[in-house]
Design a protein around this ligand. Structure first.
Ligand code: NAD
Length: 271
């Protein structure tokens, strides 16, 4: 039974791997025996992430790689295929919102800056599609592989103020289903594409939106808690098990799904 969850020596490339959820996931998967390739925007962040990861095991390496730079993606793909020889899993962790793309409490939607909106669409949507189109070429060669995308609670239901982020994450849900179907049609049942939809986890991007400096909830933070049956925000390690399951053989008949990890947020109407 344990073999179903065995990820020993799986080669897992993770974008945004210096971040909170993606970085924590990368460390967890490495601790379970996987070989992890840490990818993030800047060399210093990658170096710091890999230095920490080396404390877990030697089964890791890292590269600075902008997920919106096709040349950088191609170069990292070639390095991995030359040095390691295969990619078992791609986790598209790079993403997030940007301050300029959030509609402030004293603004209305017509104040939206379309340039900032576009940047958020690019980072989240193209920043998922482009690495997938690059790294999943290995799956075509190998005949197996798995992509794990990061969706959000803003994809399936309306989350006020974050229009670009919501649009991008909704498109990631669609892309997950689309690519899962395409991969299965072309390459059979050993190539899977899935996504995780985290609920509310406090990160540097959203801390100020959810929590006041004195530790109490902001009005928006309280609204989230009211709609979360578990009555709390998530802890980052609470996404690890679901990702482990999704990329392991335990999920080998699972593709095209978006799995919420949200303390019940998506199940509850709020009333
Ligand atoms: P994070 O902000 O902690 O980390 C994101 C990482 O992506 C950063 O290290 C950043 O340097 C990197 N990055 C940014 N632009 C990049 C680029 N162009 N190329 C490569 N790397 C780039 O975010 P996180 O909390 O780890 O979130 C991971 C994913 O989960 C994101 O897609 C996020 O939208 C999603 N998510 C997070 C939450 C949450 O509550 N934290 C909730 C739902 C979904």
């Amino acid at each position: 039974m344990n073999d179903l969850f065995n990820i020993q020596d799986k080669v897992i490339a993770i974008t945004g791997a210096a971040g909170v959820l993606a970085g924590g996931t990368a460390n967890y998967l490495q601790s379970q025996g996987a070989y992890v390739v840490y990818l993030d925007l800047f060399q210093d962040k990658v170096d710091a992430a890999v230095a920490e990861a080396k404390k877990i095991s030697d089964k890791c390496c890292g590269y600075a790689c902008n997920v919106l730079d096709q040349e950088a993606l191609d170069s990292v793909y070639e390095k991995i295929m030359t040095d390691i020889g295969r990619i078992d899993v791609l986790i598209n962790g790079a993403g997030g919102n940007m301050p300029g793309a959030t509609i402030g409490p004293d603004q209305d939607v017509f104040d939206l800056k379309i340039e900032d909106y576009s940047k958020v669409l690019d980072l989240n949507l193209k920043g998922t599609v482009m690495p997938t189109m690059t790294f999943a070429k290995a799956f075509k060669k190998q005949g197996f592989g798995c992509v794990v995308n990061f969706s959000s609670m803003s994809a399936a239901q309306c989350l006020t103020r974050v229009l670009g982020y919501s649009n991008a994450k909704a498109a990631i849900d669609n892309f997950t289903k689309w690519m899962a179907t395409e991969m299965a049609n072309k390459y059979g049942d050993k190539v899977r594409v899935v996504a995780l939809a985290p609920g509310f986890f406090v990160s540097h991007q959203n801390r100020a939106l959810l929590i006041n400096e004195d530790g109490s909830y902001t009005e928006r933070g309280q609204q989230v808690i009211n709609k979360t049956p578990f009555n709390r925000f998530g802890e980052q390690d609470e996404v690890y098990g679901t990702i482990h399951y999704l990329l392991s053989d335990a999920a080998k008949f699972v593709t095209g799904v978006i799995v919420p990890v949200d303390g019940g947020f998506s199940a509850f109407t709020g009333v």
